[in-house]
Design a protein around this ligand. Sequence first.
Ligand code: HSE
Length: 414
Amino acid sequence: MVSVAIMGHGVVGSGVAEIITTHKNKLFNSVGEEIYIKKILDLREFPDSPLADRFTKSFDEILSDREIRIVVEVMGGTNPAYDYVKKCLLAGKSVVTSNKELVAKHGAELLAIAKEQNCNFLFEASVGGGIPIIRPMNQCLVANIVDEVAGILNGTTNFILTKMITDGMNFDDALKLAQDLGFAERNPEADVEGHDACRKICILASLAFGKHVYPEFVHTEGITKIALEDVKFAESYNSVIKLIGRVKRLEDGKLDIIVAPMMIPNSSQLANIDYEFNGIMVRGDCTGDVVFYGKGAGKLPTASAVVADVVDCVKHLKTRKYLFWTDGTDENIIPYTQSQTSMYIRVKSQNKDVAYSKAEEIFGNIKSIERDDVTNDVFAFVTPEMAYEDIEKKIQLLENDNINVLSQIRIGNL
Ligand code: HSE
C-alpha cells in the first residue's frame, strides 16, 4: 500500500479522490499495490464525504507523516501552494500538481529541489487538462528538436469563443456558463485576459527548449476585445478566431513567444477545436506536426491526468523520472514588437474607397475581406507580413488620416 495526501478538495481535488476511490481495482492492477488516500487537506468541512475521516486542516500533519510518500497539490494559486510543495519536496516526498501558476512561476526551482532530493515533481495536468502532453513531449518526442509549439490552451476562452461563433451568445453569458461547468479559474480574469494560457505555453516552452520561460517574458493578450463583427469577418476570410499560445524557435536560436487571439484558417488542425476542448500542435524536426486533442478543463479529465502522475510516482518511488529544465532569462526571447506577423484590421471611415487606397499605400499589398452585410463606412483587410512594430506605426498613419481602426487581430498561419 502506498499512502498519498491530497491538498485541496475543490473541483480537481474531489475528482482525484473520486478516481482513486472508484478506480481502485484498475489502479491496483496497474501498480501492483493499493493507492491509499491517507489525508486530505482543506479548510472547509466535508461531513458527507465518504472520506470524511481523512480530512485535516493541518499541513504539518501531512509533512510530518513519514508514511505519506506522494503529495497531490490541487489547491491552485501560489500561496500557500509554493511553500507547501517546496517543503514536501525538501522532505523527500514526491509531488504531483495540476497548478500551472505554480509550475510557470517556480518550475525550475522545484524541479531542482526534486532532483537534489531524488524524488519526483510531476505536473501532467497543468497543461491541457486530460490531454497527455507533458509526458509525450518529455518522452515520446524527446528525439526531436522542437521548432514550434502552438495551441488552444484555455478551455474557458475556447468555450466562450465557440458560443459566440455558433450561438451568437454574448460574452458574459458564455463566461457564466463556463464557470458553472467548472472550467474557469477562481478568478476568471486569468482565463479571459490570457494569463492561464500564458502559464501553459511557458511550461511547454520551458520543457521544449530546456530553459525556464517566465510568464512576465511573454506578451499576452486576452479575448475581451473580440467583437461579433470580427467573428463574422473571420468567417468571410475562411477562418476562425482562437486564443493561441505559440512559441517558435527562430533561425538564430532565439524564441518568439506570444499569447494572443489569432485568426486561423479553417483548414488548420486547430480550427475545429471547439468548446472546452484544447488542441496542441508540436512541430518536431523528425516527426513534423503532432497534434494532441481533448478536454482541456473540467473535473474528471484534469483529475485523470493527476492520478496518472500519482501512478507514475508509485512506479518510481525509488528512482527519479527525468523531467527537468534549468532556470532561464529573457535574453533568449525576442521582444514581441519584432515578431513577424500579418494582421487583420477592421476600420471605419466616411469614404471607404479613399480609405482603402490609403491603406494600400501605407501597408502595400493588402487583401480585402468582403462582406455584404456591413455598413458602407466599415471594411476590413489583411496586411502583408511584417514586424509588429511596423504594423503599429502604419496603424498610426491610418489614424492620422482619420481612418478609425476598430480592431486588429493577428493572422495565425497554423
Ligand atoms: N481555467 C482553465 C481552462 C482550467 O479554462 O482551461 C484548466 O486549466
